[in-house]
Each structure stands twice: as C-alpha cells, then as structure tokens.
Design a binder for this molecule. Structure first.
Ligand SMILES: Nc1ncnc2c1ncn2[C@@H]1O[C@H](COP(=O)(O)OP(=O)(O)OP(=O)(O)O)[C@@H](O)[C@H]1O
Ligand SMILES: [Zn+2]
Ligand SMILES: [Zn+2]
Length: 886
C-alpha cells in the first residue's frame, strides 16, 4: 500500500472536543485555508458553511476539518473566533470524504482539490440572511425540543438586539439580508449573536435566486428568402447557414461558422435581412433545440447488458466492452431513464469536449432539459450556475469531462465513464493529478451506486480488474488505483480505520480472499456487446506498406489504394475521414544541406510549421510556449535554400489533398480549427450536412463520431503512434487505430479502412487489422508483467521544475537520496534525470520515476517532507499513477 498522507490528516476523526477549525475562505482577494477558534457553543462538521471575520469583513467559509489542538505555528491568541454557523448540510457528508480521499491519495493539499472541484466564488455569490426562527411569531423563541416558548429571555435584550427583532418583525417574511440589517442597526453584530444564542433568530445562506441575466448578441433571420438582388454571394452564403441552423444563432457562433466579420453581418442587417440584438442567455451551455427521441428497441445483447446492470443494487464496478457502433450509448440512456423517474440522478463522464456535442444531443433528445453539461471550459459564471442547478436537488443528468466527477449531484444512481480507456480522464497538471476513473470508483462507493465503464477498447487496468476477478477471487483494490478500500463495502463497524490501514497496509489490496465475517465488495461485472447493431459488419481494414509504395515510384503521401478509394467515395457521393497523428503543418523545419533545425529560444523543442492557407504567411510556432516567428527563406546557418518542412500534419495533408484531389471538399478538424467554443459542433454539423466530402483531423476524430454516411477511413501514417517513447505506446496505438476505424460503416453501406504504415508487420497493426482485442491484451499484459508496469505494478512520478537549472537538479538529487531506502522494499527508482524536454517555457524539469510492487506495503516519506528538501524556487509535483511519463 502506498501511503503518502500527512501526519495527523485524519479529517474525520471524532476529535474529543474540536476547539479549532480549519476553514476554506473563498472570496475576492483571498483564497486559502485559515484556522479559527470555535466558540464552545458551536458544533461544526466538515462541509458546514461558516461566517468568519476576515480582515475588516465578515466572509463566508467552508469548514474543512476540526482540530483538537491549535496549530503549532500560530499563537493561540492570534486566532480569531468563528462568528456563526450559517448552514449545515450544504454539501453532502460524503462529498468532503471524497475530496479528502483525493487529496490523500494524490499527495496534494485539500485546497488544490477544492480548486478543481468547486466553482470559484461559490460563497460570495450566495447571500447571508437572517430570519426569525418561528416565522413571524412575535418574540417567541424555540426551545430545545422544538416547541415555541413565549417566556422572555433570561436577561433583557440589548438595544441592538431589540432593534433587530423589531426590524425582522416588521418584515413580511420575517427575514432580511445580513447586509441590510448591518446598515440599519448599530452594533448589529453583537445584537445578532445575542438573538442567536437565545434561539430567536437564525442565520442562513441563500443561493442567488435569480442570477443576473447575461446578455449576448444574437442574429435572427428576418427576410424569408434572399430576394434582394444586391446581396453578394458571401452574404447569401451567410444567410444560407443561418437558415439551415433554424434562423437564429449567437453572433459569435455565426461569425465563427461562416468565418466572416461583424461588418459583413451589419451590412446584412442594413439590408433588412437579419436583426442583430441582445438576447438573454441562461449561463448553462447553450443548447440548441433538438427533436425529441424515444427509446430504441434493444438488440438481444443490449437487453442482456441492461438487465444485468439493472439487477445490481448498490456499489459495483461494471465494464461494458462493446465494439464500435454496438450501441453502448443506448444502454446508458435506457439505464438512466428509470432512475430519473425515481428521482435519482446520473453522472456521465466523457473524455473531451469535442466528443460531447453529439453525445449531449442524444441525451438531450431523450431527457430534454434535465441534462446539463459541465466542463472546465465553461466560464466561471456558467460553472457556477450549473453547480447551483445541481444543488437544487432535482433529478438530472450531468454530462461532463473529468472535473465533472466532482459535480454535486443529489441522489446519484449511476456513474458512467464513456470511452473509459481515454487518457484525457487523467489530469497531468496542475495538481491534483487525479484520474477521473479512480475518483469515480470512490464516488460510486461513497454513494453506493454502480460505476459503468464503457469502451470498445478497454484500458488494460479495467480489463484486468473486471476479467480476472472470477479466476483469482475477489480483490479489494479499485480500477486504476491499485489502492485499498476502494471497493470495500464492509459494515461500518468492521471497516478498518485509517490507523488500522496504516498499521496493516497490505491487508486491503492483497489479492487473496479475506476471511469472513468481513463482507467484501461485490464482484466486478463484465458485460459485452460483441457485434454492431443490426449485425452490421465491422469495416474491413487494408494495411498498405508505404515502403513498397516508395520503391514502386509513388512519392505521394497517399498510397495508390487510398487514392482510388477517395475517388470512388467521391463518385458515390459518400463521405470519409482521414486520420493524421500530429497537428500542425509538420513537427519541424530543417535544412537538408546542413541539418540545422529551427528550435524555440525558450523551450528545447523544434518549432512547428504553420501554414493556414496558401496565401497566408508561413509561420513557425512553439507548441509548448507559443513563441512564433516567420519562416526564414533560407537556412540561418549555411544559407542553403533547401530549407524545408517535413512531416504530414493536417495542414500539409489538406494542401496535398487540394493538389491531388481538387474536387474533394475538405474540412479540417484539429486543435487549430476547433479552438473556439462551439467550433466542434459547428464543424461536425457542417460535415453531417454534407458540406464536405472528407473530414481531416487528429486524435479527436477517433472519439465517438457517429455518422452513417461515412464509408471510408484513411490513416495517413500509423507510425507516429507506434513509435512513441512510452510503455503505453502499443496500448494507445491499438486503441486509437481501432477507434478511428470504428467511425465508418455505421450506416447501411459497409465501411472500409485503409491503414498506411512503414511497419505493416508490427503486432499492433496486425491486431488492429484482425480486431483481435483479447489477443492483443494477452501479449501486452505479458510484457507489462515482466517489467512490473501497470496494471502489475504502480508508478509514481515526481516532477521537479525551476527556472534555475542548478536548483532543480539539486532538489531532484536530494529527494532521490531521501527515497534510497525504498529499494529494500522492492521499489525501483528511475532517475533523477532531466526530463526528455529539459526546458519548457524557460523552466528546467527533472524527474524521478518510482515503480512500486503491487502487492507489497510501501510507505513513502510524506509529501511535506519531500517538498521541504526542495529549494523555494523549485516546484515538486507528485503524479500518482502517471499516464504521461515524459
Ligand atoms: N437497439 C438499437 N436499434 C437501432 N439502432 C441503434 C440501437 N442501438 C444503437 N443504435 C444506433 O447505432 C448507432 C451506434 O450506437 P452508439 O453510437 O451508441 O455506439 P457505441 O457503441 O457508443 O459506438 P462507439 O464506441 O463507436 O462510439 C447509433 O446511431 C445508435 O443510434
Ligand atoms: Zn543549413
Ligand atoms: Zn517554446
């Protein structure tokens, strides 16, 4: 077991008498954890909302943990008293358990977890109010048994308290904002405390009922047909787009979709074709209206999967392995539908925003506005509004990316991780470097609901966890975490305390059966959808040897068979997808004469060539720090004119396509063309509407696109994927290629995949071609187990960064020394070593990689100790279960 908890970090210990409390203050100008003294009359639980004095103000604060002793680094006299308890139960109790668990497991502070979990300014947006305890019951106060008691308070009220009471009694509703009362009454603070003590009034927190409406410019089509003969072609095109989109779009979206200027749109407004006016938007993600949709009759495999899923009660981890196009989404939808009817909510996590529009549309078509979208690209206001919406308690479906695993949904009935193998569920930086799948398994356990992991190409972690259980007996470690307790559903009394776990660290993830009476968590469930819906065949995959193409005189980046297939596709008016491994025009520009490569002055990486269209000025850009410069005409060192870019990024492929297939209409779909919000949706809509023949793009294409008219998938070159310097390269290559291939043949016409490579005999290529997932997994697992790589070992990566090359190296070496003892416990240490890219944006990086045996107890020095070994100008990030090692 890997323990990196700070000493005394048991947030939930029943401290004998908590006399101090650590709170999270979250207001403009201050965000952090502060300690306060608790007045004896206050009983506080983690997660309660308090009011505390902060500088000259009273601010809202969230209680994080109660302390029995004051912090040693502070004079007790320096500590201020908590003012009042504003609200208890604002967060569910398990919510803070989850956040604490994330902080402990990922070796980071709770504050950092709070930053990813909660929208900023949560408290300052809410309003503190004061109300009479018994409504308008004049001067009555509540007794301990809840009855009202008309007897006068033990001591006469102070003038301030009396004034407050009079004010509150005069109010129709018996309440006021605290701000108002403070303005009306001198000494309001003392007066209020007196009244609260006597049980006459109480504080409470009101979330803003009406959010200040946000206005945005919208463009509305007013003329029904473009009879105006003075309209330019461009203007007509814009009107056509607007009409196709239902006649109304936000100005920004229209500008983006048509790549036009607001002057052009104003011209249209002047001609009376459109009206541009401000409209109110609810700051949840703008949802286009979608035709309602009903449940599809399920295939027998889908029915079987759904029935097994619905037979579960409480926590269980379920792997749904369904080939591409097998209808996993329909299973999610039909599993969720009855839950919503029962007042339960569901959380659906997806890898990337690019994937969400289509999936979100399907959910909205089924469940209407009970669906909301939550991801980190939302503005603070949108995040906040969506959060508020979740706290109101209505059953709903939240679809979001990894940070949505923290969405405060009421009564969770199911958590779904779609495309569970996807590495974007893992956060690399900043800390906490959490994996949404691991956190989701804890959350599902805390909420006692199933976690459903869906994929056509499950991660090896999930596969091993869900497939090898029956043979080896019940294990007690969770998917992707290797950690204990994740799945334990022991009765509270028999559940080991944190201390017990620390004393007996191995007991919880040993693969052996634990003896009764301790109940173990339920067996993970494995569900399978082995065929596509309607028994559609998976597309055939042709592997083309590009070495042979070259030997036979074809210097193009397109093989002869890909070329022929593209032409046939165009002829038959079908659509295709062309997959490219990298973004940018090419990865580097170099001199063919002297070998000089243009690199970034800040980072040790080559600059990428960017050439947006044929008339644009060619630029060189750093993908790490965004440093940009013009492309020199000749080599800066030897002045040779053989100074060219290499590679096959999307831009280069788009240009080659334009040259070789001038009739083909091409759309680029990569991180350059989908940078702005809503652009994924816009591009996919354009493609779905048949405005292009070919969608050209990177990894994003592999994810979830479901278009029946796509019959051809081309992979320009699989080699970039195969040769990444990473122990996961094969797994990733298999997953990406299989997913990309799966985008075609999803309609009535069968699909065809042409996979170009210089390594046609590579085992991954062979496995992809034959759809041999299980064989691939078996081979790959053999190699992983030999080298103790996950899922047969655990990794912890320590990353050091600094602007000082000396300080960073020294810190890494000092920490390495502190970790030297671990070798005796079977921990393998790689490094310290400079990171592969040593300098990124003027910072130097070093790293230490630890390989931990899976079934042995290992306790690392705690993170504070390790950080103390680093100079103040050196940052240390601890990445537990890292996915990207370089
Ligand atoms: N029972 C069904 N009857 C008819 N059509 C179905 C059924 N189930 C799913 N479909 C349709 O089949 C297509 C593929 O389904 P879906 O996108 O859910 O597959 P998937 O398993 O998620 O695929 P991928 O992993 O490739 O994203 C969708 O267009 C969906 O509407
Ligand atoms: Zn040169
Ligand atoms: Zn740079």
């Amino acid at each position: 077991m890997f323990v990196l908890a700070e000493p005394g970090t048991d947030y939930f210990a029943d401290a004998p008498v908590a006399a101090w409390v650590e709170v999270l203050v979250d207001c403009p100008g201050a965000q952090g954890v502060f300690t306060y003294r608790l007045p004896p009359s206050l009983v506080v639980q983690p997660g309660d909302i308090l009011s505390v004095p902060f500088g000259m103000q009273q601010v809202g604060a969230i209680a994080i943990r109660c302390l029995a002793t004051p912090p040693t680094d502070l004079e007790p006299t320096q500590l201020k008293d908590v003012d009042t308890l504003l609200q208890t139960g604002f967060f569910s109790a398990t919510y803070w358990q989850l956040l604490t668990r994330v902080a402990d497991y990922y070796c980071t502070s709770l504050m950092q977890v709070v930053r990813v979990a909660l929208p900023p300014g949560l408290l300052t947006r809410s309003q503190r109010r004061v109300r009479l305890v018994d409504g308008k019951a004049n001067g009555k106060r509540q007794t301990a048994n809840g009855e009202t008691d008309a007897s006068p308070p033990s001591s006469p009220l102070s003038p301030a308290a009396q004034q407050l009471l009079t004010l509150l009694n005069a109010s129709k509703t018996g309440d006021y904002t605290w701000q108002y009362l403070q303005r009306q009454c001198q000494g309001a603070h003392q007066g209020l405390q007196e009244l609260v003590r006597n049980g006459w009034v109480e504080n409470y927190l009101e979330p803003p009922a009406t959010v200040r409406p946000k206005q945005r410019l919208a463009v509305t089509l007013v003329a029904s047909s473009p009879t105006d003969l003075t309209l330019t072609t461009r203007q007509q095109e814009i009107l056509a787009v607007l009409r196709r989109q239902g006649g109304e779009l936000w100005l920004a979206d229209l500008l983006q979709q048509c790549r036009t200027s607001s002057t052009t749109l104003k011209g249209l407004a002047q001609k009376g074709q459109v009206v541009i006016q401000p409209r109110e938007v609810l700051r949840r993600e703008h949802a286009p209206t979608i035709a309602a949709d009903v449940s599809k009759p399920l295939t027998p495999d889908q029915t079987a999967a759904l029935e097994q899923l619905q037979a579960l009660s409480g926590f269980a981890q379920v792997l749904l392995h369904g080939v591409t196009g097998s209808g996993k989404t329909e299973v999610y939808l039909q599993a969720i539908a009855p839950m919503l009817e029962n007042g339960q909510s569901a959380l659906v996590l997806v890898p990337e925003i690019g994937l969400t529009p289509q999936l979100t549309d399907r959910f909205r078509a089924r469940f209407g506005d009970r669906v909301c979208v939550y991801h980190s690209a939302l503005s603070d206001g949108e995040r906040y509004d969506t959060w508020r919406q979740m706290l109101n308690g209505d059953a709903q479906v939240v679809i979001g990316t990894r940070s949505a695993v923290f969405a405060p949904l009421p009564r969770l009935g199911l958590i779904v991780l779609d495309e569970e193998h996807d590495s974007s569920f893992k956060q690399d930086q900043p800390a906490p470097c959490y994996h949404a799948r691991t956190v989701a398994s804890w959350r599902a356990e805390l909420e006692d609901c199933p976690l459903l992991l869906g994929s056509a190409t499950p991660s090896l972690e999930s596969w091993v966890f869900c497939r090898s259980q029956k043979a080896e007996g019940r294990r007690e470690w969770g998917i992707g975490s290797g950690e204990s307790g994740v799945g334990s559903r022991e009765p509270e009394s028999s559940r080991p305390s944190l201390e017990e776990k620390l004393r007996e660290p191995n007991s919880n993830h040993s693969p052996t059966l634990r003896s009764s009476p301790v109940a173990l968590h339920p067996l993970p469930l494995f569900l399978s959808l082995p065929t596509r819906v309607h028994d559609r065949p998976l597309p055939s995959i042709d592997v083309v040897d590009m070495r042979r193409e070259l030997h036979e005189g074809n210097h193009s980046i397109f093989s002869r068979s890909l070329r022929a297939a593209l032409l046939t596709m165009k002829e038959r008016q079908q659509q295709g997808i062309l997959f490219i491994h990298r973004r940018g025009h090419s990865t580097f520009v170099s001199c063919r004469s002297c070998g000089y490569v243009v690199t970034c002055p800040n980072c040790d990486v080559s600059l990428a060539y960017h050439h947006v269209h044929s008339e644009a000025i060619p630029l060189l850009r750093c993908h790490y720090c965004n440093h940009t410069r013009l492309l020199p005409n000749d080599c800066p060192t030897c002045h040779s004119t053989y100074f060219k870019h290499f590679g096959s990024g999307t831009q280069r492929v788009a240009q080659a396509l334009a040259q070789e297939f001038p009739d083909l209409r091409v759309l680029r779909f990569d991180s350059d063309t989908t940078r702005t919000k809503g652009s994924h949706r816009a591009l996919l809509n354009q493609f779905a509407a048949g405005e292009a023949d070919l969608l050209v793009g990177t990894q994003m294409l592999a994810k979830g696109i479901d278009l029946p008219q796509v019959t051809l998938v081309g992979v320009v070159s699989a080699d970039g994927l195969l040769h990444m310097a990473d122990y996961r390269a094969s797994e990733r290559a298999f997953q990406t290629l299989t997913q990309v291939a799966g985008r075609c043949g999803r309609g009535d016409d069968p699909g065809r995949v042409i996979l170009q490579t210089y390594a046609p005999d590579h085992p991954v290529i062979q496995a992809v071609q034959q759809y041999a997932y299980e064989q691939f997994v078996a081979t790959e697992l053999g190699q992983r187990s030999q080298l103790n790589y996950p899922p047969y070992g655990r990794l912890v990566l320590l990353r050091f960064g600094s602007t000082s090359p000396i300080a960073v190296q020294q810190a890494a070496e000092r920490v390495a020394l502190a970790l030297a003892d671990l070798e005796a416990h079977g921990v393998e240490r790689l490094g310290p070593a400079p990171a592969v890219i040593l300098r990124v944006a003027r910072r130097y990086h070093w790293q230490i990689l630890l390989k931990l045996p899976l079934h042995t107890a290992v306790t690392l020095p705690d993170s504070t100790t390790l950080r103390a070994l680093c100079a103040s100008n050196v940052s240390l990030t601890i990445d537990v279960d890292p996915l990207n090692l370089f």
